[in-house]
Write a protein that binds this ligand. Structure first.
Ligand code: NAG
Ligand code: ZN
Length: 515
């Protein structure tokens, strides 16, 4: 009897167990799975964008190309955003997704630096062929360039020669490729050439020093920025904010222009470009001198920023500091100067912050200082995912991060862009814009290269046209334009977007009918 009870009891337990295993019905589970995926899909950057019928068709075609590229990469393990940009660029140029992004109206570029705005072709093929340019090549980089009516006084370890003479001696092709190598970080062996973050930053700053001697010659300066705007305009970007150290611009006789005169040069150039291209929404500058300064200099910088903002309210967006963040000094060293500047309600901050892998250091904590100083945007914010309270404040105050994927890769913060922390910002719909930082230094294609890397490498396989559309809208919304300027820029962008969608729609319809 006892045995019987025992075995039926066991049977009962087994039956209950079996029931509980199957108590979640498969269909029910799949429905939950769908709901969870849909919820995540709605939280992604652009998740609340609703596409109209034409946009949906264009999206289907875009996503077919993106899916194909992902699937091929998955089987070959050869994924463009996982590779160093220098090696991946030829494949990127061939990508259908990249070409789509190139044609797309992308709105604005909000994080870019003066000495690396314009494609090197302008300096190499135009500026360096102008008369009176001298070069001085010490045994160690940087090399120096200067336009002058006669050879400048020799430096300690090098003599000035006319570029025209050197070019003739060496042969133009040889000379021009040498010149390119002094202005660009590009190499087919990035890991060996730049083994660590300090070596790549040193080389980077050397390219900027070399370029600045050419760019800051007054007649070149204005043409250089005109061509810079042109390169973004051609890349379907309609508005630009340029961070500038406001370098001393010089004339042939050696006379120098001050910051007010240089700001006026920017204004004249922007006006000339807008006059030639009425559908361009404009450009502004952010005064961004080197962070390696003493406190007296910082006081002067902040006062100058206020003064320039008052004198050129439509041209000057605000203030920032530049230079390798890891080497400091951190923002907190200048709190009294920066708090004094914050008293001016018209002076806005656009601080670089968290462009570092050194979690918990003073430099990493620039994110804390930037957000408490009411920065309007955060440059890079590469480390922000490690600062949840900064993220909360940034989100509630509408402070976006300016994500520059290729810059972070070339300047050694991350190798494989799938590991870029902004991937988490995308999935959480965090306010962000994509920018290109110093496209000329790594020979990026204006804004499109970074858009492509963000779309493919950061946003995930399923991010679609809604994400791209939101990125473009964000770039205008988070710009330093006035409300009126923003409204006009949004209207212009919408017009361009509608015609882009219509063109793409017709292109695909035609292709489809032909098949
Ligand atoms: C930042 O903005 C808040 C809210 O407007 C204000 O209370 C605070 O004083 C500002 N901080 C600085 C440093 O300007
Ligand atoms: Zn920058």
């Amino acid at each position: 009897m006892q045995r019987v009870v025992n075995s039926s009891f066991i049977l009962l337990v087994v039956a209950l167990l079996v029931c509980s295993v199957y108590s979640v019905d498969l269909n029910e589970f799949l429905a939950q799975r769908e709901r969870l995926l849909a919820e995540e899909s709605s939280r992604i950057l652009g998740g609340s964008v609703i596409l109209n019928a034409d946009e949906q068709l264009v999206n289907n075609v875009l996503m077919a190309a993106k899916t194909l590229e992902f699937d091929q990469s998955f089987s070959t393990l050869d994924f463009i955003p996982a590779d160093h940009y220098f090696l991946a660029k030829p494949a990127m140029l061939q990508s259908e997704v990249f070409q789509f992004i190139q044609q797309m109206p992308k709105g604005a570029v909000l994080h870019i630096h003066d000495i690396a705005v314009t494609p090197l072709e302008f300096i190499i093929n135009d500026a360096s062929y102008r008369p009176n340019l001298y070069v001085c090549t010490p045994p160690q980089d940087p090399v120096f360039f200067q336009y002058a009516s006669s050879a400048p006084a020799n430096l300690l370890d090098c003599q000035w020669t006319l570029v025209a003479d050197k070019r003739e001696q060496e042969g133009p092709e040889q000379f021009d490729s040498w010149l390119r190598s002094k202005l660009s970080l590009f190499t087919l062996t990035p890991q060996e050439t730049y083994p660590n973050i300090n070596s790549v930053w040193t080389a980077f700053e050397n390219t900027l020093i070399a370029g600045s001697g050419i760019i800051t010659y007054a007649p070149v300066f204005t043409d250089y920025f005109y061509q810079g705007l042109q390169s973004f305009y051609d890349d379907n970007v309609q508005y630009i904010e340029i961070r500038t150290t406001l370098p001393q611009v010089y004339n042939l006789d050696g006379t120098l222009m001050d910051e007010v005169q240089v700001t006026q040069l920017y204004k004249d150039t922007f006006d000339r470009f807008k006059n030639d291209n009425p559908d361009f929404s404009g450009a502004k500058i952010i005064f961004a001198p080197l962070r390696r300064a003493d406190s007296a200099t910082m006081t002067k910088y902040v006062e100058l920023a206020s003064q320039l903002k008052a004198q050129f309210p439509d041209v000057v967006a605000g203030f920032d500091l530049v230079g390798q963040e890891d080497l400091g000094p951190p923002l907190k060293d200048f709190l009294s100067q920066l708090l004094a500047g914050a008293v001016d309600p018209d002076l806005h901050y656009f601080f670089h912050a968290g462009e570092t892998n050194w979690h918990g250091t003073d430099m990493d904590e620039n994110l804390i200082d930037a957000i408490l100083l009411n920065t309007t945007r955060i440059g890079h914010g590469y480390a922000i995912a490690k600062h949840p309270s900064v993220m909360d404040l940034a989100r509630s105050n509408g402070v976006p991060v300016e994500v520059c994927p290729i810059s972070n890769q070339v300047l050694s913060l991350v190798a494989d862009l799938r590991n870029h922390p902004a991937a988490m910002l995308f999935t959480n719909g965090f306010p962000l814009v994509i920018s290109s930082d110093d496209p000329a230094s790594w020979e990026a294609v204006a804004l499109s290269s970074d858009f492509y890397m963000a779309f493919m490498g950061l946003a995930g396989k399923k991010a679609d046209l809604r994400t791209l559309k939101q990125l473009a809208i964000n770039s205008i919304m988070f710009s330093a334009m006035s409300t009126d300027e923003k409204n006009a820029a949004m209207a212009e962008w919408q017009k361009r977007w509608n015609s882009f969608i219509l063109n793409k729609y017709n292109e695909y319809k035609t292709k489809h009918n032909q098949i």
